[in-house]
Design a protein around this ligand. Sequence first.
Ligand SMILES: Nc1ncnc2c1ncn2[C@@H]1O[C@H](COP(=O)(O)OP(=O)(O)OP(=O)(O)O)[C@@H](O)[C@H]1O
Ligand SMILES: [Mg+2]
Length: 226
Amino acid sequence: MNNLFITGTDTGVGKTVIAGALAAVLKKKGIDVGVMKPVAAGGWDDARFLIRAAGVKDNLFLVNPYCLGTPVVPAVAAEIEGVKIDIRKIKNAYDALSKKHDMLIVEGVGGLLVPIYRNYLVTDLINYLKLPVIIVARPGLGAINHTLLTIRQAKVSRIKVLGVIINNYDEANAGIAEMTAPEVIERIGKIPVLGIVSHIEGADTEKGFKALVKEVEERVRFDLIC
Ligand SMILES: Nc1ncnc2c1ncn2[C@@H]1O[C@H](COP(=O)(O)OP(=O)(O)OP(=O)(O)O)[C@@H](O)[C@H]1O
Ligand SMILES: [Mg+2]
């Protein structure tokens, strides 16, 4: 079974909640899913959320080998904090978790061109781990440009994109931009939109996350993921 890398068009688009919900749904389908956040900048929240969402008991330091305190791109945070990020340590944790689980969902950091360490980018890590990606995107104005830029960069970096998940869709207030973006992204990006996930109040709380998992289960094309 393919491991997956979850990237986004930007920071704060919902990579963590979508990665967690995908893990939860796959677990419901009987797949033993592990999670990983190789590098975080700003704290352990993402790794803790992913661990809870997937219901795994893996060690926090294996799931998140590098957790920097400064909420800026990891390359800058590492420099400020005097941390040397060793990609082999990430690979070792990745290999250990891959062995333990049928499938691994790996959350990126920011978007594709975020520097992890010096000039080593998220795209370099994806290539090193040889992972296909899912792009999480916002629903409204700007989504087309940001998503097509991300798809184009993936192509330039020879990264396989399985599809786009549009997240945080507010149906009641959706305008022309929200309603037309998925079709335009598919047509120009030549990449399928795997699903459109609604805005769910309190998506990062236990109750809200349950609703989000249901939403992801019903609306995301799992047949195109694995
Ligand atoms: N579908 C949704 N409905 C409601 N809230 C959402 C939804 N998706 C994400 N959020 C909220 O938006 C915020 C950002 O989401 P999240 O942390 O998953 O983004 P991210 O892309 O992982 O960010 P980062 O780049 O910091 O890792 C969180 O507070 C999360 O609960
Ligand atoms: Mg996150």
